[in-house]
Design a protein around this ligand. Structure first.
Ligand code: GRG
Length: 261
């Protein structure tokens, strides 16, 4: 579990949780940090599962052996389930110790678990496994990745908003930001798969070569354009927050950077 969760990674999702909580004036940033860590544990769990031989069969992740290559498939599976359950335990602990006016512990857990299940990571991965590149168009690709990647970004932002006891309309605004940010992030990930070296990405070369991807469908320039458009939409959702949103705008700029070499 420690190998899978602590071995590097950009920590974009927990940064999102914290930045949203801070922007919306959360008093208890420790609770927000714990919620961000719960999201990161879910993410780490999903990477272990995604790398397994039955899925992507990846050898390299974050610049070193994938968890199953280092510890065996049996322990990797157990670590993935344990990370997922630890994530839910962390959310339940936060709920137990922090009184909140608008959002209950059930709300926190519901938003995270829904992002993992059939309407989130698991559903997106199933759609991805079933997708044949030759008949996967833009709409389907967006559906795959708004589940596989976008849903956890949305949950990360919403948990940050809940930690700040945000009003529903603010929660929806940051959710819309995160949905577009998540999709743009996935497109940048696709761009890196073709433009960057394994030394730069820490992953196997051309891992997505056989898959339906935004770059395969739109080309490098078309994929960049779509990512830019999504990032513009993302930043537009932050208009109600004015300068308080500077941190989230900077996060969108960070997401746009890697595929631009
Ligand atoms: C039950 C948790 C669970 C998942 C089962 C395997 C699976 C379903 C889903 C896979 C989801 C997945 C791996 C999506 C890819 C998302 C993505 C862009 C990953 C790369 O994220 P980065 O760049 O990675 O944030 P680092 O290493 O920086 O943390």
């Amino acid at each position: 579990m420690r190998y899978a969760a602590l071995g590097g990674g950009k920590r974009v999702r927990p940064v999102l949780t914290l930045a949203v909580a801070e922007m919306l004036g959360a008093r208890d940033l420790d609770a927000a940090l714990d919620l961000g860590c719960a999201v990161e544990l879910v993410h780490a769990s999903s990477l272990v599962l995604d790398d397994l031989p039955a899925m992507d069969d990846a050898a390299l992740r974050r610049g070193r052996a994938t968890t199953h290559r280092a510890f065996g498939e049996d322990l990797a599976l157990l670590a993935a389930f344990a990370l997922l359950n630890r994530a839910y335990e962390v959310v339940a602990d936060v709920a137990r110790r922090t009184p909140r006016r608008r959002w209950t512990g059930e709300d926190l857990l519901h938003h995270l678990t829904a992002a993992v299940g059939p309407g989130g990571l698991v559903g997106g991965q199933a759609l991805d496994l079933a997708a044949r590149p030759e008949d996967t168009g833009l709409e389907r690709l967006e559906a795959i990745h708004s589940h596989k990647t976008g849903a956890l970004f949305v949950a990360a932002a919403e948990l940050g908003a809940m930690a700040a006891d945000a009003r529903r309309k603010d929660l929806e605004a940051v959710g819309s930001y995160a949905k577009n940010l998540g999709l743009a992030f996935q497109i940048e990930d696709d761009l890196l798969d073709v433009l960057a070296t394994p030394e730069e990405t820490g992953k196997d070369a051309r891992q997505d070569e056989e898959k339906a991807t935004f770059v395969r469908l739109l080309g490098v320039d078309g994929a960049r354009q779509l990512a830019d458009e999504l990032l513009r939409f993302a930043v537009e959702s932050l208009a109600p927050f004015g300068r308080r949103a500077d941190g989230l705008v900077a996060l969108a700029e960070f997401v746009a950077a890697p595929g631009r070499r």
